[in-house]
Design a protein around this ligand. Structure first.
Ligand code: ADP
Ligand code: MG
Length: 729
């Protein structure tokens, strides 16, 4: 019996978990987190103050105090049954990394004790030579260090009865270059904080800190684990390389927001409960558009914490699903022909005086502040659309952008009808020479209606990659497997740079004797005018937009190898270096790493594609071909006329054709791969893998294989079909 058939007959109806009572969320929330409340309980006054100062203003923690903190953490962790600790970091592989050490150790006389010293809390040196480094570390100095990030609280990962204390850390090379997602993110948050505080101070002197906020929405698929195991493509690549569309997919739209299937529901409750213990504030769960597709979203948090929580969530979900005989597919495009998965990044900034800088506010003063930040964001995206696109470029996201209900690869900004009008009004007024009288008008007549209007009336345009949604911008082009730190780092940096320019320009006008408000308004107006072409309110999925975008001169880079160029061009290098986010060599290393990731992913897909064709798709097809041939021969031998086996012959013809074509194409693809592999230059190689391997062969090979799927005897077919993967759970 094939794996497919046995998996099909073993799909459980539901799981026992359904019978479990979910505890009241507030009673478990954060129970596995060393948060401030726990810190207060387990730390001395000095240690507590030190951790607080470090969280609030990034103050360095003294080594002596660190020893004290480590002791307190261990005491807390041991009270929860923890035996090991690990530095938890986010290398550029895209997953999280950990290396566990026990608290247990031996004293010099052999006495066993448990300890966690301050040095081990602050810094570790994992043997990290095999993490991607883009040439930053020669193997002779292949050391990498992890360093504690006190702004994200330690937490306990629980697997069965095993419990490990995880310390969020950054990961840097021996020579200080960042090798992870977190270090640059923290730098970008800091850069934006400084630039934003300066601009806030035009309006409110009391603002001393601006926090970046992020609320992600995670889309994912859930399928039966048995069926998953019968698909080498899912196991190796996270997406199906073969599979004919099922007769029904999402056209009836009966899955979206429908009732959640029982087994999936049990799984959701289970993983949500784990998330609550870890302090991940999940709020929303629902079915998404495609069959077997779902989404969850938390309450937004400070960006660094939100990023940690999202990477942690992906890990938790994947693990917990197995308990329910299910598999989570986080890939951007697990199934051809239906919706892919994204991870909307809702982004805003808020002040330590409690103001959301992208909320339109009620008073005229804060309105002008809102307008400044709102328009600066548009300008930032306009000026740096290319690097924002690069930040979300990956092999899997290429399948999604511009395909089936996903934003295009063209970056544009949607702001809605009302704010479009506001911006047009500003343009008119400022251009008609503002005078003193206008200054009062500046204290705009937009102030009363905006909040209500926007929030009730968010004429949301679902097709925009970057949309204003009432009190935040939503970056929708981010892929579902992405580490949000990548787009967030870029967004923070381009915003920081734009705000810095803004301040310089406003100050320049003030120095020339212009009144502050008028100066601000004038620069806002300049920004509106100079970034107009990035604004688009229409249907982002349409072909008409592709044409118009081209006329407007907006880039439309559909493939990762080319989209990544923007990371290292002159303008963007200056952007990152000047703002202290990446050094020149860090940028080039990252570019190299992203290209290598791309190459490897496509390479693995190519290999699996070939292997599956020859070992899983052609064999049942050839068996069926034989059967038909025998049948025809039998009928012929029995003296029947050609008419009697005409249909069999027709099927046989088709099968033979698809077998031959698929087989030929696989051979050709192998040749193309060999050629690509011989290319030295990483960028050229990535381009070759895209154009000469993937684009040229994948769809074609698949076409013939999928045709065979429709022709060959169903019970002989090895690979679980789309209808089974998508509808049985
Ligand atoms: P959608 O309609 O796109 O599904 P939701 O309203 O469900 O949007 O989700 C909005 C997301 O935006 C949530 O994750 C929420 O936490 C987040 N969000 C709300 N306000 C802010 C903010 N000020 N900063 C960042 N994220 C925010
Ligand atoms: Mg959304």
């Amino acid at each position: 019996m094939s794996l497919r058939i046995s998996a099909l007959s073993n799909i459980p109806a539901t799981t026992d978990e359904l019978g479990k009572i979910t505890p009241k969320i507030t009673t478990v929330f954060g129970s596995h987190v060393f948060n401030l409340k726990t810190a207060r309980e387990y730390l001395s006054d000095d240690a507590y103050k030190s951790i607080l100062a470090s969280m609030k203003s990034g103050q360095k923690i003294d080594r002596n105090v660190a020893a004290n903190i480590a002791n307190g953490m261990r005491a807390w962790a041991e009270s929860k049954g923890v035996t090991h600790f690990t530095h938890w970091f986010q290398p550029l592989t895209g997953t999280t990394a950990e290396k566990h050490d026990s608290f247990f150790t031996l004293k010099s006389d052999g006495t066993p004790i448990e300890e966690f010293d301050g040095a081990a809390l602050i810094q570790q040196e994992p043997d990290a030579s095999s993490f991607p480094n883009g040439g930053l570390r020669a193997t002779f100095e292949a050391r990498g260090y992890t360093g504690w990030d006190p702004s994200s609280p330690p937490f306990i990962i629980e697997i069965g009865h095993g419990r490990t204390l995880c310390i969020p850390t950054i990961f840097i090379s021996y020579t200080g270059e960042s090798l992870d997602y977190k270090a640059p993110l923290l730098k970008s948050i800091d850069a934006l904080n400084k630039a934003a505080v300066d601009v806030c101070n035009y309006f409110d002197r009391n603002v001393t800190k601006v926090t970046v906020t992020l609320g992600w929405e995670q889309e994912y698929f859930v399928i039966d684990d048995g069926l998953f195991k019968a698909r080498p493509d899912l196991i190796m690549c996270g997406r199906t390389l073969y599979g004919h569309n099922s007769a029904k997919n999402q056209q009836l739209e009966d899955h979206y927001f429908g009732s959640i299937p029982e087994r999936v529901y049990a799984f959701m409750r289970d993983f949500e409960n784990e998330c609550y213990k870890l302090g991940i504030p999940l709020r929303t769960r629902h079915n998404e558009v495609a069959p077997a597709q779902f989404e969850c979203a938390p309450i937004f948090e400070e960006a660094n914490l939100a990023v940690d929580h999202n990477t942690l969530l992906m890990d938790v979900m994947t693990r917990i699903a197995l308990r329910h005989g299910l598999r989570v597919l986080l890939h951007e495009k697990p199934f051809a022909g239906i919706n892919g998965s994204g991870k909307h990044n809702n982004w805003s900034m808020s002040t330590d005086t409690g103001v959301n800088l992208l909320a339109p506010g009620k008073t005229p003063k804060s309105n002008l502040m809102f307008l400044a930040f709102f328009v600066n964001t548009i300008k930032a995206v306009h000026d740096y659309a290319d690097v924002l696109r690069a930040a979300i470029a990956s092999a899997p996201n290429d399948h999604r952008l511009g395909a089936n209900e996903a934003p295009p690869a063209i970056i544009s900004v949607f702001i809605g009808e009302y704010l479009t009008k506001v911006l047009n009004d500003i343009k008119q007024r400022v251009n008609n020479d503002m005078d003193e009288q206008d200054e009062s008008m500046l204290k705009l007549d937009i102030h009363k209606n905006i909040p209500d209007l926007l929030l009730d009336n968010t004429d949301r345009n679902r097709t925009s990659p970057f949309a204003f949604t009432g009190n935040k911008f939503e970056f929708r082009a981010v892929g579902s497997t992405a580490n949000c730190a990548s787009p967030m780092t870029v967004l923070n940096t381009i915003m920081a740079q734009t705000l810095k320019n803004f301040k310089t320009e406003v100050d320049g006008l003030i120095e020339k004797g212009e009144k502050k408000e008028i100066a601000i308004m004038q620069v806002i107006n300049d920004y509106i005018v100079s970034s107009e072409k990035i604004l688009f309110e229409g249907d982002g999925y349409s072909e008409a937009w592709e044409k118009e975008a081209e006329e407007r001169g907006l880039p439309n880079l559909k493939t990762t190898p080319l989209a990544l160029d923007a990371m290292v061009n002159e303008k963007n290098t200056e952007l990152f270096v000047k703002n202290g986010i990446y050094s020149h060599s860090e940028l080039h290393a990252r570019h190299e790493i992203e290209l290598e990731k791309y190459i490897k992913k496509v390479q693995i897909e190519g290999r699996i594609m070939g292997e599956m064709a020859t070992s899983m798709i052609l064999p049942p097809a050839i068996r069926y071909q034989n059967l038909l041939a025998k049948n025809i021969k039998g009928l012929k031998d029995a003296g029947l006329t050609e008419e009697a086996y005409a249909n069999q012959k027709q099927i046989l013809d088709k099968i033979s054709e698809h077998i031959n074509k698929a087989s030929d194409l696989v051979e050709q693809m192998i040749g193309a791969r060999k050629k690509a592999n011989a290319i030295e230059d990483t960028r050229e190689k990535a381009i070759a893998y895209e154009a000469d391997v993937k684009a040229k062969f994948f769809d074609q090979i698949r076409y013939h294989a999928d045709k065979l799927e429709l022709l060959v005897d169903d019970k002989e077919w090895y690979l679980p079909k789309y209808r089974e993967l998508l509808f049985l759970r």
